[in-house]
Design a binder for this molecule. Sequence first.
Ligand SMILES: [Zn+2]
Ligand SMILES: [Zn+2]
Length: 280
Amino acid sequence: MKAQIGKSYEIESDVKGVVMNGVRENQKSESVQNASQHTGIGQKMCFKCGKEKLLTEFYKYKNMADGRLNKCRTCANNDSRKWQKANPEKAKEINRRSGEKWRQANPEKAKERNKEWSKTNLEKKKKHAEKWKLANPEKVKEIYKKWQKANPEKVKEKNQKWRAANPEKAKEATNKWQKANPEKHAVKQRNRRAMKKNAEGSHTEKDIKKLFEQQGGICNACGKKLIRYNKKQYHTDHIISLAKGGSNGPNNLQLLCSACNFSKSAKDPIQWAREHGRLF
Ligand SMILES: [Zn+2]
Ligand SMILES: [Zn+2]
């Protein structure tokens, strides 16, 4: 018996234990003695329940002289259950740790088990994921951002669907975005207008920023500062208007103060350009 190892040994003795328990109900320790003589397995008394049992019904324990605990499996299991009930947090932690240890020692089996578990516990898995999301908002954001970058078409589609289903909210969101990103909004509008007029060229917010630096932050016509109250204040002007066939590219753009922009729009652009020393 001692030559047998690990799990198979325990399972076998468990089965025997069940049988013995059933027998003992009727015939008490006499049957244990019979079994003991029959199988050659020693026996001892459990200090907890006082019952005489076969040695195989006691968990292995190196520190005891006979290599077995002094309380029987049934009592040991009962005690363990009681302790777990009284110390749920500790029990959970111990369970978690031993589970982790097992997973590290058996990565392939763990993967397989996880798969099986997921198949039969879709709802639980969902809840698990939701819990994780709530606990890791930053990571969720990061993952979503990565996904957005990798799937621009899907993002567009998603947006369009959402807008169609929530027109009021969509309007609100647009207004909010425009207020928060006035320069980007202006660029978008100019590009859209230019496209409608079949003008060539387009520009970006970066082009406008570059233009601002190139002009040294002053109006391209009168030299007035374009920063007031710490805020950039300028009008982006098509040097040759789109209506006259001007391009929408950065080379046909200039930044003007509002006064100059106003005076220009009231006059013929060529005339205005001549007056401001911008002749062609
Ligand atoms: Zn016992
Ligand atoms: Zn000006």
